[in-house]
Design a protein around this ligand. Sequence first.
Ligand code: CMP
Length: 137
Amino acid sequence: MTERTLILIKPDGVARGLTGEILRRAEAKGYRITRLTQVEARAEQLAAHYAEHEGKPFYQPLVDFMSSGPLVAAVLEGDRVIEGFRSLAGATEPTTAAPGTIRGDLGRDWGEKVQKNLVHGSDSPESAAREISIWFD
Ligand code: CMP
């Protein structure tokens, strides 16, 4: 079934010049980029996007990190793209994410409180709808 997902290239990915490489992997897999923008995240967008993590020890470092520079938001479309992009992204922790994945090939730990793991991808159709409305009008 055709789905849409919201992906974010986090500030570490943009700053390291990996935007093209990450989008290339999504396109090479066969997904269509239907929306694409670079933004400086507003505080209320991050509060909404990460509402489920509020109160966790990494919440404030995460919000600070996501505010530290521009990020790229995109909507990808394709059959089972939600699961498919998360598979491309790899596990949350970049040090141990499987080689072949975005995080496994391009990410690592940097000795900081937050995992700078390059990308975000929605985890369900409900999250995708909610997150697309946060980042796109
Ligand atoms: P993501 O899955 O996109 O959304 C939550 C983010 O919080 C996650 O990516 C990481 O960047 C960060 N994160 C999740 N778990 C931890 C953790 N245990 N320690 C530090 N950062 C984390």
